[in-house]
Design a protein. Structure first.
Length: 259
């Protein structure tokens, strides 16, 4: 019986290895990335993303340098709602969290960005921003770049949550997203989502406490079930000039938003 059990275990392990190889992704914790928030993972991720898609098991991943994706990333445990204190969910170990330590004042740096690749997806991960950095930036890509950004939570937003900056027709599908602004201070120009490409599709989007909910600057963007609440949750008193700049939707450059 014990021999049969051992043989069966070996067989199951072989099947598991074969399935893992078939999926084409690597578990970042097996590559040395710490998921307890104790060490920067950016160098490991930047090296590994050149080779294959990456899976981030639930936990906390410290990011001190921008990550440039060459393949897709996947996590587990999308956080849709902040805690009762407002805007800052509990950093538990049942979800995948990217904890930014980037220091940025103008949104130029991004926690993760991707471009010049087709079909780069980001699914089921959460970001805790640190300053006015961008959480996810889609840079100009090759024609036919069909990318999915799905089940993503972005918190303590000071810059732009998702910035789609590729020119021309780039169908980027953004769905099931929750974005909450900062509770620590007012950030001028904070935006939930910026769209600078044609034919992007937005669905089931929640943006709370950003100065601008959605900004569209190119072609046609298609949206459904958009909940855009402009306001601020900072605990430093009212700032009239900040409130005057709030917009749920801002369009420019002849852009159209079709609901």
């Amino acid at each position: 019986m014990r021999l049969l059990t051992a043989v069966a275990t070996v067989a199951l392990c072989a099947v598991a290895r074969a399935q893992s190889a078939a999926t084409g992704y690597a578990d970042v914790t097996t590559l040395g990335a710490k998921n307890d928030g104790s060490a920067d993972v950016s160098e490991i991720v930047n090296a590994a993303t050149e080779k294959c898609a990456l899976y981030f098991p639930p936990g906390r991943y410290l990011v001190e340098k921008p990550i440039v994706l060459r393949h897709s990333i996947y996590g587990k445990g999308f956080s849709r709602c902040p805690d009762k204190a407002g805007g800052r969910p509990e950093l538990d170990d049942t979800r995948t969290w990217f904890l930014s330590r980037l220091v940025c004042t103008n949104g130029e740096q991004a926690i993760v960005s991707f471009g010049e690749r087709r079909n780069v997806n980001i699914e089921e991960v959460n970001f805790m921003c640190n300053s006015a950095e961008t959480a996810i930036r889609v840079l100009p890509g090759k024609p036919g770049n069909y990318a999915f950004i799905s089940k993503v939570g972005i918190y303590q937003l000071g810059g732009t949550g998702i910035s789609i900056e590729c020119a021309g027709s780039r169908p980027i599908f953004v769905q099931d997203i929750s974005i909450w602004g900062a509770t620590r201070r007012y950030y001028e120009g904070s935006r939930g989502i910026f769209v600078g490409a044609w034919d992007c599709r937005l669905s089931n989007i929640e943006v709370m406490a950003a100065q601008i909910g959605l900004e569209v600057h190119s072609g046609y963007t298609y949206g459904e079930n958009l909940h855009l609440w402009t306001g601020c949750m900072a605990k430093e008193g009212d700032k009239a000039s900040w409130w005057k700049g709030t917009r749920a939707v801002k369009c420019g450059g002849g852009a159209h938003l079709v609901g």
